[in-house]
Each structure stands twice: as C-alpha cells, then as structure tokens.
Write a protein that binds this ligand. Structure first.
Ligand code: ARG
Ligand code: GLU
Length: 656
C-alpha cells in the first residue's frame, strides 16, 4: 500500500506542477484558488491580491533588493530574517556596541537606527503587457509611463516563461527603513554554518525594522521629521499553533529557479558545474577554516566570508544529492521523448536546443570556473584593510588562497578559454602556484602591480568574449540569447501540448504565492523527521565550548525556570516553547524573511531556509522531500518579550 502510494507520488512528480509545487503569480491566483481552498485555505483570491482594496500583498515587501519582509503593525513595523538584516546590524556594530553579538533593542522610536542604502518595495500592481509590447510599445516606454503615476514609484518589465509573457510590476519604494531590534547572534544565527540547510533546526532567524514615510504617508528620504508608515494592511499574528497537515502559504520574492530546463542542463549542473564549484570551495573553506582555528582574530575576520562561501557550497551538495537520488535528468529525458512524440514541432525544437547547449556549455563552464577562481581573489588590499590589526596575520592565508585558486583555474578551466596572460605567466613561472606567488607578492605589497593588472585586463577581455558568444549578459544560469528564444517556444508548446497540467513561471524575484502544509518527512529508512522543534532542542545542543551552539545565559535561565509566560505550550506532553517548523511550500533564495501564513492568512512563522537535500527544488520539486524551514512566530515573540524585554513592540502587533 505504502509502496504503491510512493510510486504514485513519484509518477505525479513527473508532471510540471503537482502536490505543493509552484510559485504562483498573485494577480492570477484565482486560477489556483479552488485547489488552495480544497487544501484548507479559508480566504479568497481578492484577499491575496487586489488593486481595489487592501489585500495581503500590501503587507509584503521586497527587503533590501534580495529578501522578503512583512508588516506586523499599523505603525510600519516589519519582520524579516536576522541574516537579511545582517548588513544593517553589522554596520551599526562597534566594539563598544556590538549589536551583532549582543543584540539590539530600541527602547523608543528615537532609538531606532536609520540605514543608508536600505530600502523596501511594496507591489502597487502588476499587469500583463505582452500585447502592448507586441503592438510596438517598448518596455522603457511602459516603465516611464507607469513611474509617472506617483512619487517613489519604480517599475520593471519582467519576462515570464522566457519572454512568452511580459509583465509590468509597479512598486512603491521606501528609503527610510530603521533598525528596531535584533536578537543576539547566538539566537539569530544559532547553529551557524554547522546547522545551515539542516533539520532539526533551532535558529531564531529574525530581525525587526520600521518603515518611515513623510507626513503624507509617502516615500521620503531619511529625515528626523519622517513618521512611521501606515500600511494599507498588516498581518494578524496567530499564536494558536498548528498541527502537521495544516494549510500553509508563503508570500514573497523567490529569486531564481529553472524548472523547465532540459536534461542536458540538469546533467551539466549535477555532473559538471556543481561538483567543480564544490571542489574549488572545499579548498577555499579548508584554508579559511584552518586560519580561523589558529587565531581568534582570524575567526572573526573571516566569519562573513566563510558563511557566504559555505552557504552555496552546502546548497550545491544537496542539489547534486537530490537530483541524483531523484534521477531528474532521466525523468526529463523521458518527458522530452514524450513531447517529441506528441508535438510535431517538438523534435526539431529539441534538436536545436540540444545543439545550442553543445555550442555554449564549454564557454559557459569556463565563465563559471573563472568566477569561482580568478574573480574570487582580491585585486588589491585597501588602505583600510592594511590598517587593521589583523592584516599581517592574514598574509599566509591569503597567499594560500591565491595558490589554490590559480591551481584550480589551471586544472579546470577549458584551456581554449584560459586567459592568455595567465598561460604566459604560468609558462614563465613554471607552475600556476609559482605564478600565484608572484602575483600575490605584488598585490600584497601594494604600489604598482603590472602582473596583476595585465592578468585582470586579460580576464576582462575573456569574459567579454564569452559574453559575446552567449549573446547575453544575463549569466545567472546556463543560457544564451538564442537558447532563451528556443526555450520561449518550447515552454509555449509544452503548455499547449499538455494544457491540463498546471504551469507556473520560473522565479525571477517577483512576488509569488506558494502553498502547502505543515509537514515532516522521511529522512532515511525508519527515520521520520517531525515538523516542529522546541526550546528543549536548543538546550540539548547548547555547548559553551562550541561557538555555533553557545546560547545566552538568559535563555538557559528561562529554560531552567520554565518561566515561559504566555509563550509556553504543551508539545508531546511537556511544556516548552516552539522554535522552528517545516512545511512543504515551494521556496527558494529570496524567500528568506517571507511570511508563513495559516488558512486564515494569519502569520505563524518567518521563512528562512530549506533542508539541503531539498534544494533541488530550484530545478525539480520532489514533494516527498522538499521542505522549507521557518522560525515559529511564537519563538520570535518569546525572544522579543523575554530576552529583549521589548513588550512594547508586542503591544503594537495584532495578536490572536
Ligand atoms: N541557507 C539560508 C540562505 O540561503 C541561510 C543563510 C544564512 N545563514 C548562515 N548560517 N550562513 O540564505
Ligand atoms: N536562506 C535563503 C535566502 O536567503 C532562503 C533559503 C532557500 O534558498 O530556500 O533567501
């Protein structure tokens, strides 16, 4: 019985969108609303997106150009992740006021901290403009016309389905966004890189900001005269809890997925690109970790660098595991064959696409390797860096990084795309490592750097050449201008060949709705992962000797006294505080900070991660394993109240 069910599930995942897969356009959500309601949603399409009245979209923002945030009070109070607010928190941190380490709690509006270069965007409306563009209007004209509608309005025209459809997105941007609160990193980043992409998880990954506006409630540059923004809508918070199977919805800005790529591209990712990038980063991380272990000053200096290198490195490993386990390339190949049989244009189209892949794969790979090696090295060390106490201690680590990355470039970059200046340098010096020494000495010592300069301009020329070969500057994914056009036709044909199957456009940092349910999963044979973690799990991981697991004493004391107040709940028979939970919503990078909502549209958590083996969902969503990770809103409130002692913030929220 279980077996047939699993086989059935496996079959169902061959379809483009089934189960909880999908990132849906809010303005077209009416087409999904029956399915959503069948799965437990209680509200209407108009509640999610409306241009006539306040709707949920008015409480969701694109935060800092790459994360999501949500409004939780009528005074512009906004929640996002700690790792999304990290830059802002770090910039306000000094040795005397180390908010990153100890947390920050503004005690009044006057103490809220302004942030240069931090903005949020609300979606005013979106509309399809495919016909207008076909009729001769240019995207630039459409954008200019839309932006003329109001102060602070920013418009973009975005392609859906590789340009088969074009949409105008009109945003209202606010530039006065102030830091209100952040937990100490030992809560907001609890588990660090060790637990990153991992379940069971116990990270209190949240931070709090406030949007300020002019007295007329309009966007305005920072001014002490600005007042808290009054949003059209803010989320009600539910502290009533949930059970496995309950409906969940995520509203946010997913960044980049490639759900319709051919088997050729899946093979490229799983067999060629990811493994090479992982191996290059293995070496980088080893060098940096060694330095961090040798010297506390270096541990701090390299912390952010380590975190950002390790984040994608771990994600790619999960992606390879997932794609391999699910045999995604084989599944795609079978679908391509079926498509050829059912669609008369199919065969020709696919042949052209596969030929184009053959043409571009090697130069694109060279581009990726170059980015991971030569372009990942500093071209100079600034005077500021040189003045830091830690600078001299970095020397051997930096030298080792030059040596490793020059070596990897020489070994992995297809030789016809290696920079001539690099090849010359290696020939002269004997080995890539010996050449690296010479370039490093130049760069480290400062002053004139003729070798490094010529290498840099050679690299720039080579990247320009590859960009020209691909015909596009948009190099996020393996693609070319020609391939993009072929994909437009291919996905168009797919949608008409199989009209009964639900399709959704790939993520492109535009606002989307994902829905699913609270769900654990079978991690391994006989090992089920429950969807909820608790404070008891934090205490179990607590270890003052391990940096990533060293919690604040206040949290230990709270646990010992069980003084949880209104945030304590009974889970599995014991009184505790819920911390994180798993759900089956389809999310990706950019969904960090997104509101996780229940069937009534009430806030139950803040999304911040996926389990690493489910990161394959950027390419293929497997409902049996793909899970997003959220911090439970009850833990967020508990920390605000009991650690931050900032109950005045809680009072301005709407809590049920
Ligand atoms: N994996 C999450 C994301 O992709 C969280 C990253 C930040 N956390 C960290 N430990 N590096 O952004
Ligand atoms: N942590 C990711 C972000 O910053 C979200 C996790 C994911 O990739 O799903 O956007």
């Amino acid at each position: 019985m279980k077996r047939t069910l699993l086989t059935l599930l496996a079959l169902v995942c061959l379809l483009p969108a089934a189960a909880d897969e999908g990132m849906w356009l809010p303005s077209l959500i009416a087409s999904r609303i029956d399915d959503m309601r069948a799965k437990g949603f209680r509200l209407t399409a108009e509640d999610i997106y409306s241009i006539n009245r306040a709707s949920m979209k008015d409480a969701v923002v694109l935060f800092d150009g790459g994360c999501t945030g949500e409004l939780v009070s009528d005074q512009g109070l906004l929640l996002t992740n700690h790792h999304c607010g990290y830059d802002a928190i770090q910039r306000h941190s000094t040795v005397e006021h180390d908010y990153l380490t100890h947390g920050f709690w503004a005690r009044s509006r006057a103490e809220e901290l302004p942030n240069k270069d931090l903005n949020v965007r609300f979606l005013v409306r979106m509309e399809e403009v495919t016909d207008r563009i076909a009729a001769g209007e240019t995207p630039e004209q459409i954008i200019a016309r839309a932006e003329a509608e109001g102060a602070g309005y920013k418009a973009t025209v975005e392609q859906m389905y590789y340009g088969d459809q074009q949409f105008l997105f009109l945003y209202e941007q606010f530039d006065d966004v102030r830091l209100v609160a952040a937990p100490p990193s030992s809560i907001g980043k609890f588990g660090g890189d060790t637990d990153n992409w991992i379940w069971p998880r116990h990270t209190g990954d949240f931070s709090i900001f406030r949007i300020y506006a002019s007295k007329e409630n309009k966007p305005a540059a920072y001014s002490p005269d600005n007042v808290p923004y009054r949003p059209r809508k803010h989320f009600t918070i539910s502290t009533r809890g949930f059970r496995e199977g309950d409906f969940t919805m995520i509203y946010g800005f997913p960044g980049n997925t490639q759900e319709y790529i051919l088997s050729d591209a899946v093979d490229y990712i799983a067999l060629q690109s990811d493994p090479a990038k992982i191996a290059i980063r293995d070496g980088r991380l080893e060098i940096i970790s060694r330095a961090q272990e040798s010297d506390p000053a270096l541990r701090i200096h390299y912390a952010a660098k380590h975190a950002s290198i390790a984040n994608a490195w771990k994600k790619w490993q999960g992606e390879v595991l997932g794609l391999t386990r699910m045999k995604t390339a084989d599944t795609k190949r079978a679908r391509e064959e079926q498509f050829c049989r059912e669609n008369p244009r199919g065969k020709e189209l696919l042949q052209q696409m596969k030929a184009e892949y053959q043409r571009i794969m090697t130069p694109y790979f060279a581009r990726e390797i170059t980015a991971e090696t030569l372009l990942a090295l500093p071209v100079k060390y600034t005077d500021e860096e040189r003045a830091e106490a830690v600078f001299q201690a970095r020397r051997e680590t930096e030298r080792a990084l030059f040596g490793w990355l020059f070596g990897e470039y020489a070994r992995r970059c297809p030789v016809q795309y290696q920079v001539p200046e690099f090849l010359d340098g290696v020939a002269e010096s004997g080995t890539p490592e010996a050449f690296a020494e010479r370039v490093f000495d130049e760069v480290w010592n400062g002053g004139k750097t003729p070798l490094a300069d010529s290498l840099r301009s050679g690299t720039r020329r080579m990247i320009g050449h590859i960009t020209w070969l691909l015909g596009t500057k948009r190099l996020r994914n393996l693609t070319s201008k020609h391939l993009n056009t072929l994909y437009r036709d291919y996905v168009h044909e797919l949608r008409h060949t199989w009209p009964d199957q639900p399709f959704y456009p790939d993520a492109n940092l535009t606002l989307r709705v994902a829905y699913g349910s609270i769900a654990g999963y079978e991690y391994a044979d006989g090992e089920y992962h429950k969807p909820q973690t608790t404070l008891d799990g934090i205490i179990a991981k607590d270890n003052p000797a391990i940096y990533d697991y060293d919690i604040p004493q206040a949290l230990r004391d709270l646990w010992a006294s069980k003084d949880y107040g209104r945030w304590g709940v009974k889970i599995d028979g014991r009184r505790t505080v819920p911390v994180c939970f798993l759900a089956s919503n389809h999310t990706t990078g950019g969904n960090s900070g997104s509101p996780v909502l229940n069937a009534r549209g009430e806030l139950i958590g803040i999304n911040f991660d996926r389990t690493w083996r489910s990161t394959m969902s950027d390419i293929a969503f497997d409902p049996s394993i793909c899970r997003n990770i959220a911090v439970d809103i009850r833990y967020v409130l508990f920390v605000i109240d009991r650690i931050g002692k900032a109950d005045y913030l809680i009072r301005e929220m709407t809590i049920k």
